[in-house]
Write a protein that binds this ligand. Structure first.
Ligand code: EPZ
Length: 424
């Protein structure tokens, strides 16, 4: 178990390279199983979530090979054990996105129910609704979802995939993947429009799928008999980019982010500019700075894309805890995603949860303290707070951060942070 010792306050300045997107890589790795053969996925980050998912694909029968140049080769010629074991799924609930491809490819799949996690319940009822609309027979057996396609295969259908939260990212991914090999046409209404879903759709289009409406809430898929392996480069990670944008803002520094798509981040850039942070496009990335101006309070409500992403809520809360005034942060995607409140308050923030909202009363400074990481984004928020808190902040359970950020302390130290990783 590693911990971080973070010296503060510091002011960051320099260049940060943003990695490929974790949340695009995972469903794309699953989608490679829609075809028999070798797909090559480029720019996949080195993260524990990725290696856990690679182990799962290996258990299913795939051969996974990470080449010296970083390319991830997935040989899905043989899938001889379409079962997602509890031991893996409990560690990484995104494993549920093997449901769609394996149902379409093998006609039968078992996946352990994911259970909850630090950010709340993680139901998959909408995933299962969509797959059963395509003809799958689904039942629960000892905590596993068992899904079986009809003898003559899945059949396309018009499917409403909206839910109480508007849309589901991995639910859309599962149904989209299954529909590509179903007979006939499928319409997915209220599909998630996140850039990571667009990336998945672009990858399976390269495999030979026929998809219209990519990026819109209505996807129209014409089923095909077979797909072929493909080579693909995943998009940059907008959540890692947003996290470093906050790092520049919270330390009143300036960072140039390389390999970052501002087009995917308009809601985030809007809030940063509202807070008094400058964001300028620069050679395929951007420069983010807060030069001496005060952090202005701002209200944030998390929503499905193109709204403000829930995965940056905790990081922005750390930033707003130092604003000159009061802000309100409303979490509409995961109403319990507030594990970071208690930890930031230990650092002298003044945060109060009121149902799905958090009232953020800006304070003049944060004070270093030992804090506990929980979900990977809340953990990143604690690191950001530690950069400016007076003294040495100790962040425990750093493995949460390693799930979603590749060597975050090395990247931050290269631009002026003073973070020591210690194995305990
Ligand atoms: C994806 O999770 C991301 N994970 C999450 O990022 C992200 O926070 C989330 O989308 C929202 O953007 C990956 O892509 C691997 P959802 P996902 O289904 O697909 C409810 C991170 O930090 N819901 O869009 O699981 C659900 O409970 C992770 O990288 C149902 O009710 O999220 C939630 O309230 C954390 N029934 C809301 O919908 C369902 O069947 C949105 O969840 C499915 C979801």
């Amino acid at each position: 178990m590693d911990i971080f010792h973070i010296e503060g306050p510091v002011q960051l300045s320099g260049v940060v390279n943003i990695n490929g997107s974790k949340n695009a890589s995972l469903p794309i790795m699953a989608a490679a199983m829609l075809a028999a053969g070798k797909s090559v996925i480029k720019a996949v980050p080195y993260l524990s979530d990725i290696s856990i998912f690679g182990q799962l694909l290996g258990q299913l029968g795939c051969k996974i090979d990470r080449r010296p140049n970083g390319d991830l080769c997935i040989d899905s010629q043989v899938i001889d054990n379409p079962i997602g074991e509890y031991e893996v799924v409990r560690k990484m609930r995104a494993s549920v996105c093997i449901l769609g491809p394996l149902l379409a490819r093998c006609g039968r799949v078992e996946v352990s129910m994911p259970g909850g996690c630090a950010i709340g319940d993680r139901p998959i009822d909408i995933h299962l609704h969509g797959l059963s609309e395509l003809g799958a027979k689904i039942h629960l057996k000892n905590g596993y979802v068992v899904a079986e396609a009809p003898k003559n295969g899945l059949r396309g259908k018009d499917i409403f995939m909206g839910g109480p939260f508007g849309s589901t990212v991995l639910g859309t991914a599962n149904v989209l993947m299954a529909a590509t090999l179903a007979k006939g046409k499928t319409v997915i209404e209220s599909a998630a429009c996140e850039p990571e879903v667009v990336d998945l759709a672009n990858f399976i289009t390269k495999m030979g799928a026929k998809i219209d409406g990519i990026g819109s809430p209505r996807l129209i898929i014409e089923g095909v008999k077979q797909l072929a392996p493909a080579e693909y480069q995943v998009i940059p990670d907008r959540i890692e980019a947003g996290t470093f944008m906050v790092a520049a803002a919270i330390t009143a520094g300036q960072l140039q982010l390389v390999n970052c798509r501002l087009d995917d981040m308009m809601a985030v850039v809007d809030r940063l500019r509202n807070i008094g942070v400058t964001v300028e496009a620069a050679n395929g990335g951007c420069v983010v700075a807060r030069k001496g101006s005060a952090i202005k309070p701002a209200d944030i409500t998390t929503q499905p894309y193109p709204g403000f992403p829930t995965d940056l809520q905790a990081q922005f809360m750390a930033l707003l805890s130092l604003a000159k005034g009061n802000s309100v942060v409303i979490e509409k995607i995961f109403p319990d995603r507030f594990m970071h409140i208690a930890e930031l308050n230990r650092m002298a923030a003044n945060l109060r949860k009121e149902g799905p909202a958090c009232l953020v009363a800006g304070v003049k400074k944060l004070i270093a303290a030992p804090v506990m990481a929980s979900d990977l984004r809340a953990s990143a928020a604690l690191v950001l707070a530690g950069l400016v808190a007076e003294g040495t902040t100790i962040v425990n359970r750093v493995y949460h951060i390693d799930r979603g950020y590749e060597k975050i302390e090395e990247k931050l130290n290269r631009v002026g942070a003073k973070i020591l990783r210690q194995a305990v």
